[in-house]
Design a protein. Structure first.
Length: 248
């Protein structure tokens, strides 16, 4: 909450309506986050909070927090979402079919298009595949090729939260859920995840200044990551605003 994203409660409620079980990892909360979550989700019974006390100076902090949530999940299929992401509820039958196919496909990971909404809900900037879904025992962290001494991360090639096995090797096989083209997603026949982290630019800058900007440097031992660090509005100038007709 202290990092400034205001849509988390809506997205958690959405997750509770979508999934059989929702596990929420909260780290060293001293701003009332856990109480706010309980107040927001009082109508739902299929969720739980797992509390952590990981050092924010730990290069593997983000992966450790995601792994804590994974360890407390009891279902067959695992869908990992951040607080600024959600799956439109109308897609639930599509997801049920995709998960059934994943189970018998020989694949272990489902790569799903993630749509970065941009500036408002009518626009987006990019669509990328993300490995939101897996079955079996896996962890979130940097693959071995991205690990540097003392568990720092080469953030030119990793964000530190890839799906990996016990040997820090990529977990797979990975299959795509379907097309990643905007026209295909607008058809209503393909899965996608909605990412709201770029709708409110001021909030994005606030989160970067409050935590993420320093964390990305900490996890790499001072090396800039491949992506932009959004400290001010000028760092958004290279993004193109594109209109869409997605059913959100």
């Amino acid at each position: 909450m202290s990092h400034g994203f205001t849509g988390w409660d809506k997205n958690l409620k959405n997750a509770c309506q979508f999934a059989d079980e929702v596990v929420i990892a909260v780290n060293t909360s001293d701003d009332g986050t856990e109480d706010a979550i309980r107040d927001s989700l009082w109508e739902h019974k299929n969720w739980k909070i797992v509390s952590a006390n990981f050092s924010k100076l730990d290069p593997l902090f983000d992966g450790r927090l995601k792994n804590l949530a994974l360890q407390h999940c009891t279902g067959e299929f695992f869908i990992q979402l951040d607080a600024d992401e959600y799956i439109p509820l109308w897609q639930k039958p599509l997801w049920e079919n995709a998960l059934f196919q994943l189970k018998f496909s020989g694949g272990r990971v489902l790569a799903v298009p993630s749509v970065d909404l941009y500036k408002d809900r009518s626009g987006y900037k990019v669509i990328n595949y993300k490995t939101h879904v897996h079955i079996g025992q896996a962890w979130r962290g940097p693959a071995a090729g991205a690990l540097k001494p003392a568990y720092f991360i080469n953030t030119q090639i990793s964000d530190g939260t890839e799906l990996i096995n016990e040997q820090f090797q990529p977990y797979g096989p990975v299959i795509a859920s379907g097309p990643c083209d905007i026209k295909d997603l607008e058809s209503g026949k393909s899965l996608f995840v909605v990412h709201e982290g770029y709708i409110n630019i001021d909030e994005r800058i606030q989160r970067t200044r409050a935590f993420w900007g320093q964390h990305w440097l900490q996890e790499s031992n001072g090396t800039l990551p491949a992506h932009k660090i959004h400290h001010d509005e000028s760092t958004f100038s290279h993004y193109e605003y594109k209109k869409h007709n997605l059913k959100l």
